[in-house]
Design a protein around this ligand. Structure first.
Ligand SMILES: NC(=O)c1ccc[n+]([C@@H]2O[C@H](COP(=O)([O-])OP(=O)(O)OC[C@H]3O[C@@H](n4cnc5c(N)ncnc54)[C@H](OP(=O)(O)O)[C@@H]3O)[C@@H](O)[C@H]2O)c1
Length: 350
């Protein structure tokens, strides 16, 4: 971070449990006298308005900061490259530097829950059922309107393209990029023959594996451009986007199992989004690249009593180079497709 008196920070998917808590904890962690401009993102304006009023309320009522907090927003859908380009254009037009970006927005293509499978899994192995569940049914082969694998584009390629095209702003701000990965990003979730995850029934997990590999392959290049990138995961917490598949019994059942998981010794059952945001905020505001390695994943963890701590996990780097090459080639393809997209429509005609 520069010694400037203004901090500009982007949190994608801000109106999610984790996004909101990243925003709260970020404001708690930066110097209290500094002006902060928080750029929130959502696909819709009502959710932008809602999240701004929640953060403003938290700031005004729970924090003692002398520095101003102001807001900006981007209406961006990462499954739509024109929308991504518009967000890039807006940032370039309005900012000279950006200091932090949290890549938090993500989605899966869920069809529901296999309740029979879920019951067996809970009975057979309760800890696994709430740590690495296999009963969430994901649709296979879903493409975006851009013709890309939807989860691939939403969670990895869209954000990658966004970051690449604002790199000059990030360099100017000596920025930190924080990629939110997951516990569930093992190498077996991804095949090099299916990088867009179109044949996968675990596309969400595969997309998080891609995030890990992309980070490993790119952080050195970014260091050379004065940008520090870290990979983190938030452990396990209540996700608001999955609530639509639950009723009141399964919701409280899930929470009870989360506590049970913690009781059985899992360090990952943070349950609340606030604890989940510990690693993202550590990586953004406390980690020092001289001592805190960048080739690992920083996880939000907690003890049986719920005291939070950071737990570091190694990341298997096989295939990272191939993945990076694939992204660079796809980036060039989209540069070509989008090159005439933003035109000066207000020019005077002779
Ligand atoms: N819940 C967990 O236990 C857990 C575990 C590991 C990792 N994570 C990761 O933590 C992060 C946050 O999770 P969460 O459960 O708090 O989030 P969530 O409820 O799933 O919400 C995700 C956010 O992403 C945005 N989003 C979704 N699709 C998008 C798209 N195509 N374009 C732009 N924005 C999009 C949504 O914004 P709008 O609806 O406002 O547009 C939403 O606010 C995600 O990266 C998730 O993978 C969660």
């Amino acid at each position: 971070m520069t010694g400037s008196k203004r901090i500009v920070s982007v949190v994608t998917g801000t109106n999610s449990n984790l996004g909101l808590n990243i925003a709260y904890r970020f404001l708690e962690s930066v110097p209290p006298d500094v002006r902060v401009t928080l750029i929130v993102t959502s696909r819709t304006l009502p959710r932008v308005n809602e999240v701004i009023s929640k953060i403003k309320n938290y700031h005004d009522n729970h924090l003692k900061r002398a520095g101003t907090l102001d807001f900006d927003y981007l209406l961006v859908d990462f499954t739509n490259m024109v929308s991504v380009l518009t967000a890039i254009y807006e940032l370039k037009r309005n900012y000279k530097e950006i200091n932090y970006v949290f890549i938090n927005a993500a989605q899966g293509v869920y069809a529901g829950i296999d309740w029979v499978g879920a019951t067996f899994e809970v009975l057979r192995n309760p800890l696994k059922s709430v740590s690495n569940p296999t009963y969430k049914i994901q649709k296979v082969g879903v493409k975006s309107a851009d013709g890309l694998g939807l989860v691939f584009q939403a969670n990895v390629f869209g954000p990658y393209y966004f970051l690449k095209k604002i790199q000059d702003l990030l360099s100017a701000g000596k920025a930190r990029i924080i990629w939110i990965s997951s516990l569930l990003s093992n190498s077996n979730y991804l095949s090099l023959n299916d990088i867009q995850l179109l044949n996968s029934n675990v596309s969400y997990e595969g997309s998080k594996r891609l995030v890990d590999l992309l980070h490993l392959a790119s952080y050195n290049d970014l260091n050379n451009a004065n940008i520090t990138q870290y990979l983190v995961h938030p452990g396990i917490f209540i996700s608001l986007s999955f609530l639509k598949f639950l009723n009141v019994f399964s919701y409280y059942g899930m929470i009870a199992l989360f506590y049970f998981g913690r009781l059985l010794g899992s360090p990952w059952h943070n349950i609340g989004g606030y604890k989940g945001a510990n690693a993202p905020i550590f990586a953004a505001t406390k980690a020092d690249p001289k001592f805190d390695k960048q080739d690992v994943k920083y996880g939000s963890a907690c003890t049986i009593k719920g005291s939070e701590f950071i737990k570091i996990s190694p990341v298997d780097n096989s295939d990272a180079k191939q993945i990076y090459s694939y992204f660079k080639e796809l980036e060039l393809e989209w540069d070509e497709k989008l090159k005439d997209q933003i035109a000066d429509t207000r020019k005077e005609y002779p």
